[in-house]
Write a protein that binds this ligand. Structure first.
Ligand code: XIL
Length: 331
């Protein structure tokens, strides 16, 4: 393994190369991470419920460990995430009587959460996913239904960016979403971010989660999404890249090793994708994978429970896969 060039060096003139990590993988994948990646994101440990499980209670131990890991290895650190409809405690949306919180109360709590969390990592985190996944996948509605929207109306989005900017004027602030390359959702993300910019909201980038698979999205759709987002004059990052070997709905849970041909197809797909990303190196500032090697991926349980997946460039023994060789030979 140590004979292959480091991934981060392959793209040193293009973009940072990141990985999502957690308390388990910083122990079990430390060598691999240190050698190949120059950025990390906390997979779960900086989410609302992780750092602020109850009113007045902040728990930063695991997040602090990940920040220390980044410092130890001289890696950049991305913050993920401040406003989301998942992994956020119910208490936030309730008043002291157990009824729904008022808009004023919810926004006050949001501001103090952001001040505390963004303020704490000011020296470490260079970019935050401020708002995550607020666009509706289907239909005409722009925003997905959520308690945030119920209570505060659409204002919570602009407010989150304003609070984050106030807490750390140097941090790059991102809007982050999935299915970001599908035309319908792409246009809605564009509409949202454009209107934020027109209102003078401090927003500096769009995060393309890039939870992709061997079949979807098409290269043409990826290109069109990049072009459209870049036309707003913002920087782009791929924030959660993985390349599932299954179609989204594939129900097969019996594979213990990749089926014949899967890793070859994955290699071709990674090659084509990175060739495309390099064309846009002026606007894409980082590519973060949602993990580092196939021994651990959230896709082993999502969206199909118990369906083992192999989405990364390194295998379960941390050895480079066929896709890796394609990237070495790209340039
Ligand atoms: C996922 C984590 O990987 C899982 O461990 C957790 O159970 C659920 O969240 N979009 C995001 C990420 O923005 O925060 C999600 O991470 C994956 C989808």
């Amino acid at each position: 393994e140590s004979t292959v060039p480091a991934l981060k060096d392959l793209f040193a003139n293009d973009f940072r190369i990141g990985a999502a990590v957690n308390p388990h993988t910083i122990r079990t994948q430390e060598n691999l991470l240190a050698r190949h990646y120059n950025s990390i994101t906390a997979e779960n440990e900086m989410k609302f419920v992780s750092v602020h499980p109850e009113e007045g209670t902040y728990t930063f131990d695991e997040a602090d460990d990940l920040a220390a890991f980044a410092r130890k290895h001289g890696m950049a650190l991305r913050g993920h995430t401040l406003v989301w409809h998942n992994q956020t405690g119910d208490w936030l949306f309730k008043d002291s009587q157990g009824g729904p919180a008022s808009k004023t109360l919810l926004l006050e709590r949001l501001r103090s959460h952001i001040q505390t969390v963004v303020g704490r990592y000011k020296q470490d985190i260079y970019a935050w996913d401020v708002v995550n996944e607020v666009i509706a996948d289907e239909g005409d509605a722009l925003l997905r239904p959520s308690k945030w929207l119920d209570i505060a109306g659409p204002d919570f989005i602009a407010k989150a960016f304003e609070y984050a900017h106030e807490a750390d004027p140097n941090a790059l602030l991102f809007y982050n979403d999935y299915n970001e390359s599908h035309p319908h959702k792409r246009d809605k993300i564009y509409t949202l971010v454009k209107s934020l910019l027109e209102q003078g909201v401090p927003i500096h980038g769009i995060g393309l989660q890039a939870h992709w698979n061997l079949f979807d999205p098409s290269l043409d759709d990826i290109r069109a999404a990049i072009e459209k987002y870049a036309s707003l004059g913002l920087q782009l990052q791929l924030t959660e890249l993985d390349m599932s070997v299954f179609e989204f709905e594939d129900k097969r849970t019996d594979l213990r090793v990749p089926a014949p041909g899967m890793l070859e197809r994955q290699a071709e797909r990674y090659e084509a994708v990175f060739r495309l990303l390099k064309e846009y190196r002026e606007v894409i500032s980082a590519v973060t994978f949602w993990g580092a090697a196939d021994d651990y991926t959230w896709l082993d349980d999502f969206p199909v429970r118990g369906r083992k997946n192999w989405p990364f460039l390194f295998d379960e023994q941390h050895q480079p896969k066929p896709a890796y060789d394609r990237l070495v030979n790209l340039t």
